[in-house]
Ligand binder design. Structure first.
Ligand code: NDP
Ligand SMILES: CC[C@](O)(C(C)=O)C(=O)O
Ligand code: MG
Ligand code: MG
Length: 337
């Protein structure tokens, strides 16, 4: 199955420059979209609740901040970049009353549309521009003249031009510099959740922690285990990013490559693949979404417990000490640009 990939020359920045955009939320993605759109000549307003800790950050960056309802009322394009679990109530209370025919409702991830938590009226465009990378890199890449690839999708094309508008928005945040792929809300949501759970966040974090545990429990120094299992991972992934797994294998020693080829499939074996399939099934059936929404409504007890356990893992203390010696990697996790 081939996909359609769109680049800068395929997108008309003038479309989004001709609209007023409300970016609701000013976190990881919100700040990146808002600042890059503004720098691309787009009229942007930020929507945040009174008392939001993001308000001073947005104002310091010279952006106008209103309540979500006021921002939605002013704008032609409303991009929802609040947490997925907050979007349903936000939509009902602040956005739905301010939608009108001809407006466009945009998302950075398809969760609330895919799982039926938000049902927009038929007379507005519903589209998605979902960067395939963390918001802080979306902004950094834009500033550096590069871009993070985006997935672009249209759920509802009331105007007949929703896709061109979404592509124009993607250009405004640098996405079409790297390539924007046309997809659907369902494909983006299911693959994004699978990627972050099984590979990028869940799988990678568990792999790193488990490797660190095996080495330290066998008596090796935590510092050596940290460099081996976490620090060097970035260098290895950089090679994969630049030239695929083949380039990484070309660059490492033959000893490493033989160990990779003969031992890798023993670690990530058919049982792991079966578990990945089960996780994908929970995403496709809506089981994960129901669980996450219920966890959020219950005040996130498991989330808080697991987050605290992760923060207390010995690899974090070891890493903090080692990174303190490397000024170039020690970035505060709260940075916004
Ligand atoms: N993080 C990422 O890199 C990626 C995220 N996405 C998607 O982007 C969306 C935003 O995620 P992310 O950037 O991580 O979110 P963050 O948690 O980083 O930021 C959320 C922002 O929304 C604000 N906010 C919280 N509640 C409300 C509300 N009720 N109304 C308006 N604003 C609110 C927060 O304010 P306060 O500071 O007061 O809490 C904060 O500014 C999600 O759909 C996510 O799936 C997609 C691709 C990657
Ligand atoms: C990998 C996590 C992500 O999907 C992302 C940065 O793309 C997210 O939801 O934050
Ligand atoms: Mg993602
Ligand atoms: Mg995601």
């Amino acid at each position: 199955m081939s996909v359609e990939v769109y680049y800068d020359d395929d997108a008309d920045l003038g479309l989004i420059q001709g609209r007023k955009v409300a970016v609701i939320g000013y976190g990881s993605q919100g700040h990146a979209h808002a600042l890059s759109l503004r720098d691309s000549g787009v009229d942007v307003v930020i929507g945040l609740p009174a008392g939001s800790k993001s308000r001073p950050k947005a104002e310091e960056q010279g952006l106008r901040v209103l309540s979500p309802a006021e921002a939605a009322a002013e704008a032609d394009v409303i991009m929802i970049l609040a947490p997925d679990t907050a979007q349903r109530a936000l939509y009902t209370e602040a956005i739905a009353p301010n939608l009108a025919p001809g407006k466009a409702l945009f998302f950075g991830h398809g969760f609330n549309i895919r799982y039926g938590l938000i049902t927009p009226p038929a007379d507005v465009d519903v589209a998605m521009v979902a960067p395939k990378g963390p918001g802080h890199l979306v902004r950094r890449q834009y500033v550096d003249g590069k871009g993070v690839p985006c997935l672009v999708a249209v759920e509802q094309d009331a105007s007949g031009t929703a896709f061109q508008l979404a592509l124009s928005y993607a250009k405004g945040i640098g996405g079409t510099r790297a390539g924007a792929i046309r997809t659907t809300f369902t494909e983006e949501t299911e693959t994004d959740l699978f990627g972050e759970q099984a590979v990028l966040c869940g799988g990678a974090a568990a792999l790193v922690q488990t490797g660190f545990e095996v080495l330290t429990e066998a008596g090796y120094a935590p510092e050596v285990a940290y460099f081996e299992c976490l620090h060097e991972l970035k260098l290895i992934v950089d090679l994969m990013y630049e030239g695929g797994i083949a380039r990484m294998r070309y660059s490492v020693s033959d000893t490493a490559e033989y160990g990779d080829l003969s031992r890798g499939p023993r670690v990530i074996d058919s049982r792991v693949k079966e578990k990945m399939r089960k996780i994908l099934g929970e995403i496709q059936s809506g089981e994960f979404a129901r669980e996450w929404v219920a966890e959020d409504e219950a005040g996130r007890p498991n989330f808080a417990k697991w987050r605290a356990e992760g923060a207390a893992h010995p690899i974090e203390e070891t890493g903090q000490k080692l990174r303190a010696m490397m000024s170039w990697v020690d970035r505060p996790i709260t940075e916004t640009a």
